[in-house]
Design a protein around this ligand. Structure first.
Ligand code: SF4
Length: 181
């Protein structure tokens, strides 16, 4: 069971462990759950790069900052599938697709659903990170065969406004709820 209700005191306790004790514990848990000397490989493709309306201060893709980033519109499905085939041939078992959006618009949904379906046909796991999702979008991505959704918490609730002003910590939690459901 993966926990998502950690208390700060519990996290602090782990953080304060001597490094070698921490390594020892981590190794034991790793061996209980995974092949000890095998690494699962994923490949990440940016399917839409730059001009993001969000203002995350750590990100070169935000339209709010001048970062000299090469902007790229939506990658064509066939091009993305060619990249996925190449990734599989190189040993990746999971293909991740990321778009610099605040959230996918309804007009983007047929495109992302097709990507998921086509990558699944190759026998790979699929992962996406597209920004905020509503419940219906999460449901449709699941029905298309999406295995994983990446959505970072960014920082703490208290510090959130120092890093991002275009969305709230609760927006983040809402998307995570939809994805978990
Ligand atoms: S939402 Fe994602 S792509 Fe957009 S600025 Fe923030 S981190 Fe970058």
């Amino acid at each position: 069971m993966i926990r998502n209700d950690w208390l700060r005191a519990e996290i602090q306790e782990i953080y304060d462990l001597p490094l070698m004790d921490l390594l020892f514990q981590a190794q034991q848990i790793h061996r209980q759950n995974f092949e000890p000397n095998t690494v699962q490989v994923s490949t990440l493709l940016s399917i839409k790069t730059g001009r993001c309306p969000e203002d995350c201060k750590y990100c070169s893709q935000s339209a709010h900052y001048d970062t000299d980033l090469e902007i790229e519109k939506r990658v064509e499905v066939q091009k993305a599938i060619a990249e996925a085939k190449q990734a599989k041939a190189s040993g990746s078992t999971r293909f991740c697709m990321g778009a610099a959006w605040r959230n996918p618009h309804e007009r983007d949904m047929p495109y992302v659903l097709e990507l998921v379906q086509e990558v699944k046909k190759l026998g790979m796991e699929t992962c996406m990170t597209l920004g905020m999702l509503n419940a219906s979008q999460a449901e449709r991505l699941k029905d298309a065969g999406l295995d994983y959704y990446n959505h970072n918490l960014d920082t703490s609730r208290e510090y959130y406004a120092n890093v991002i002003s275009t969305r709230s910590f609760d927006d983040r939690l809402n998307t995570l709820d939809h994805v978990r459901n």
